[in-house]
Structures are given as C-alpha cells and as structure tokens.
Design a protein around this ligand. Structure first.
Ligand code: UDX
Length: 450
C-alpha cells in the first residue's frame, strides 16, 4: 500500500489494523522502528506518509470513506477442526468481510490481497451481499507476488500484476479497470494481466507451488550429488543455461522456509483432495516431503559427523531468518534444525544480524518440543558472530546473509574446539579456504569432499 500511495499521489491510502501497537510503530518518527524490515521501505514511507498515506486504528471510518478496500489479513494453515494442518484458516477474512458489510453505506470494490483458496471470492461476495445494507460490492482478486527482502523493488518493477474479476459483467469489467488504473500509473500495461477470479486465485497458489517445486527438485539432486561426487552448484549452472529451464531458483539449500510456500502447497493439496484428485494431491505433497527431508538430513548429518553425539556440545548457528535481508523467521529451516539438535541435547548459540532473541525463543517455544525454560537453558543468542563461535565444536550456516562471507574464519577457527567443523547449509562459503585454515567441512550438495 505504501508503494501504491507513493506512485499515486492523487489517491488517499489509509492502512488500518486492529493492532494499535503495530499502527503506532508504522507512525513512528524513527524509521528504524517500522514493524517490518525491508530494504528501501523506509524511504517510501518517508515520502508518502501523512501526505496521502495514513496509518490508523479507526477501521470503520476508513471503510466508510473508501471506494476500494484491500483485504490483507492473514490466512494461516488451519490449526483445528476439519482440514487441520492443511486448509487455509479463513476466520479473519470472514470477520473482515462482515465488518465491511456492516459499515459500508456506498458501493465498494473489495480486493482480495491475502492468498486465498480457489473460490473464496464467492464466499466473500455472499457474506457481503447478504449481510450488507443493499450496498453493491465487486470482488477482485489481486494476489501479491513480491518476495521478502526485495519487496520494494518487486513492487516497483513487477514481472506482472494479476487482477481477477467478474469479466462477464459490465460492473465487473469496470471494477477491474479501476484497479488496472491504480497500477498503470507505474506498471507498463502489458504487464497487467486480467483474468476471471478463479484463475487469479489459483495462479497465486500455482506460482508458489512451481517455485517451491524447483527448490525441492534441486535439493533432491543435492543429496544425489553428495553421494556421487557431483557438485550441485555446477549441475544447477549447467541446467540453468537451458533457456527452457532458466537460471533462477535453483540454489540448493537446507530447505525453503517463509510464510508462503509450505502453507500454499498444503492448501493446494487440500483443495485437490477435497475434489477427490488424490494423484494431484500426492504429486504436490511430495514437494513438502522433500523439503522436510532436507532439513532433517542436514541435522542428522551434523550429529553423525560429530561422532554420533552432540550432547553437551556447542553448535553455533549463523543465521535464523528464513532467507537473507529479512527479519522474518516463519517456517525458517533454522527452527527445525535447532529442534532436532536440541532433541540430541546439543547447546546452540545463535547469531543473526536482524532477528531478535525474543523471536528466536518464541519460534522454539511454538514447537512445543520442550519447556520454555529448557529452551532458554540450551539456546543462547548473542550479538557478535566471533563471540558466538567461541568454544564451539561446530558452525552451521542456516541463512545466506552476505556478511557471513566476509568474516575472518582464521580468527574464528582459533577460538573453537578442535577438530572444528563447519556445515554450510546455504552453499555460500569457499570450502577450499576453510579447509586450508583447518576446518572439517560439509557443504550442501557438495558433501564433505567439497
Ligand atoms: C515467495 C515467492 O517468491 C513470492 O513470489 C510469493 O509472493 C511469496 O513467497 P518469499 O517467501 O518472500 O517469497 O521468499 P523466496 O525468495 O521465494 O524464498 C523462499 C524460500 O526458498 C527461502 O527460504 C529461500 O532461502 C529458499 N530458496 C529460494 C532456496 O532455498 N533456493 C532458491 O533457489 C530460492
């Protein structure tokens, strides 16, 4: 919404949330206090805030005044009842629709920004039409394709913008055009795609499933590379040169994380199952199974390499975020690897340039694997990477932060217990240099002989 405001000075954008603390943080004078760390976002906020971009907790007033309402509430995987662990929880989106219906006195366009299962717009429309005061609603689907860490750039120069609406009615086409006009102020027309609502909703799930599938595919090859002596980096480069395959999203890793991939694939699997399409469901579920295997395999490898016991050993995690340039930790591989090592009674020290200690403990506590006290006893969080590695038996790279490539590993090596191990789950360090220093090395997709 900040980018929409920045690019459309003539449109007044009001962002509302029930969480007063968050809204206060978005309004804070000190731009380093914004609730989301995202490169370049502070500049966009500084430019538009209190000119045509406002943050408020007065939800009713904003609904009343708006011509167009974007709903961007969270749709987590359901943690209860039917579809538990798979389906999207639509509780928040429904509450949102009911509030809009209750307050609206003039016709509105409601835009689904949250990623939703196919045919949610239908449910949304029926709630709006049947509980409203005779007001006319048009529902559009406008899924967001930005990736975290590059959000501002992805929004300013999107590969495409997707708008789904009621293409078969005049009112539907007018609503679509109204949203096209918002984006057209900075996005070239040929990058704005319009479709029917269901295509738009399903395209978002499909895009995430295809992207995640590429990572699981290369991660599957990473294990084969390690046992055969091939190098996954070389394999990825060689296949990526084929223009039909393309070079992006072929980086082997300790497993994908983030708020979207797992959730959206589970959602897709659930939808397929609910239509009785079991082969389709199994096909996509395998992407998740492979991803879980990759995280487990990385943790097991650490245990096996450290002479089959990590009990009482200190293992340093460099990185906790699910990828670099973000402080987001949702579904981060680090959480699962830590959990597996803690089961083996390892002591873990974490250094991440952007993630807070509070967040790390919260992530571990949410796993419910052991008591919060136990998590605090076994896991220490420090602000200095050299301090973090002191007296450690092993280092594990969990996030591909650029700064990890710049450290003085000779200095780090000196202060570690020997033999000193390094496990690169992100393929970012030069194994030859580390070996020359004295480290025992392992790199994902390259193995120990890298
Ligand atoms: C993703 C989609 O890219 C985006 O289009 C969608 O809107 C939301 O979900 P995001 O989760 O922010 O975005 O990050 P992304 O860059 O896609 O990375 C997801 C995970 O995959 C990260 O853990 C990342 O480290 C991992 N990854 C990515 C790999 O392991 N290898 C790769 O080659 C690329």
């Amino acid at each position: 919404m900040a980018v929409i405001a920045q690019k459309n000075p003539n449109i007044k954008v009001t962002v509302v949330d029930v969480n007063a603390k968050r809204i206060a943080a978005w309004n804070s004078e000190d731009l380093s206090q914004l609730p989301v760390f995202e490169p370049g976002l502070d500049d966009v906020i500084a430019e538009a805030r209190n000119k045509n971009l406002f943050f408020s907790t007065d939800i009713d007033a904003a609904i009343d005044a708006a011509d167009m309402i974007f709903t961007a509430v969270n749709t987590p995987t359901k943690s209860y009842g039917s579809g538990k662990g798979m389906a999207a929880d639509l509780k928040h989106i429904e509450l949102c629709a009911r509030q809009i219906a209750r307050v609206a006195k003039t016709d509105k366009i409601v835009v689904e920004k949250s990623t939703l299962p196919v045919r949610t717009a239908e449910a949304l429309k029926s709630i709006l039409d049947q509980t409203g005061n005779g007001v006319k609603f048009q529902i559009l689907s406008n899924p967001e394709f930005l990736a975290e860490g590059t959000a501002v750039k992805d929004l300013q120069e999107p590969d495409r913008v997707l708008i789904g609406g009621e293409t078969h009615t005049e009112e539907g086409r007018e609503a679509i055009q109204a949203l096209v006009d918002v984006y057209a102020s900075w996005v070239p027309k040929d990058r704005i795609i319009t479709t029917n609502v269901w295509s738009s909703e399903l395209s978002k799930l499909t895009a995430n499933a295809f992207l995640a599938q590429r990572i699981s595919s290369i991660n599957a090859m990473s294990e084969l590379c390690e046992v055969t002596g091939a190098d996954v980096h070389e394999v990825a480069h060689a296949i990526g040169q084929d223009s039909r395959i393309g070079p992006k999203f072929l980086k082997a890793s300790v497993g994908f994380g983030g708020s979207c991939f797992q959730k959206d694939i589970l959602n897709l699997v659930y939808i397929a199952k609910s239509y009785g399409l079991h082969e389709v469901a199994d096909y996509w579920e395998q992407v998740i199974i492979m991803n879980n295997h990759q995280k487990t395999r990385f943790a097991n490898n650490i245990v096996h390499t450290l002479y089959n016991t990590v009990s009482g050993k200190k293992i340093t995690f460099l990185g906790w975020a699910f990828k670099k340039d973000t402080n987001d930790t949702r579904e981060s591989a680090a959480i699962y690897v830590a959990d597996a090592l803690l089961e083996e009674q390892a002591e873990i020290v974490v250094y991440d340039p952007k993630v807070t200690a509070e967040q790390i403990y919260m992530d571990l506590d949410k796993q419910n694997s052991r008591s919060p006290e136990e998590n605090r006893r076994l896991v220490t969080i420090v602000n200095d990477p050299y301090e973090a590695c002191k007296s450690a038996h092993a280092i594990a790279i969990l996030t591909e932060w650029d700064e990890f490539k710049l450290y003085d590993y000779s200095r780090i090596y000196k202060d570690m217990i020997k033999p000193a191990f390094i496990f690169d789950g992100r393929d970012i360090l030069d194994m030859a240099t580390l070996k020359a220093i004295g480290f025992e090395t392992y790199c994902i997709g390259k193995g120990k002989e890298a």
